[in-house]
Design a protein. Sequence first.
Length: 242
Amino acid sequence: MTSALRTIGARRETLAGEVRSEIERWILSGEIEPGQKLNEVALANVMGVSRGTVREAIRSLADSGLIVLVANRGAFVHQLTVDDIRNLYDLRGAIFAMGCAAVARRMASERDEALISALQKNLEDMREAYRRDDRPAYYDLNIAFHDMILAGAQNPKAKSAYDGLVKEMHLFRRRGLSVAPNIAQSIKEHAAIVNAIAAGDPGEARDAATHHVESGLARFLKTLSDGAAAEGRPEGDLAGSS
């Protein structure tokens, strides 16, 4: 009897984990928008699982920063304020700058040609996506660029913290990269980071990374301000700006 219970429990955890991953994917892709309530019954019907499994998956997402549990009302996709966004950029910038400096330091002592080649290939792919005006492709390449650098820093705790921040930032970052001039400038900043890393210059890599993140925040806030003016709503209102 004990063995059977353990088997069922393991399967239930696996199923809840799969449901969590699918809900998370829908949130990060924008299919479930910021501020939207997670309907347990509807989600259970769509995925062909029990409502209890969906409830378990949603509760496990509460620590991710992607959803908010409201007493007597349910679970909602986190709707970030401008202050939330500033704080996320500050944290992400500190970790990314540290990561860039660490990779450059490694390059100075034990050059990793494979990583340099991968970063340069990513840059070329981003330029091609920009020429094609393929913004979804650029967004994915942008994520991969930062991910390669954080992995190259060989600091698992920093990488884990960074990944958590990036997940939460998916709720709004696509908007900041939706304007062509923003993409062009972002590519230039990426190139400066790659050049500093390839040169094995930790200080320059840190400065280039800090400039990149601070400029990204400025671009996003301008996009937000322009959108608010066009829609006639207060600048701090992020409704619908995933």
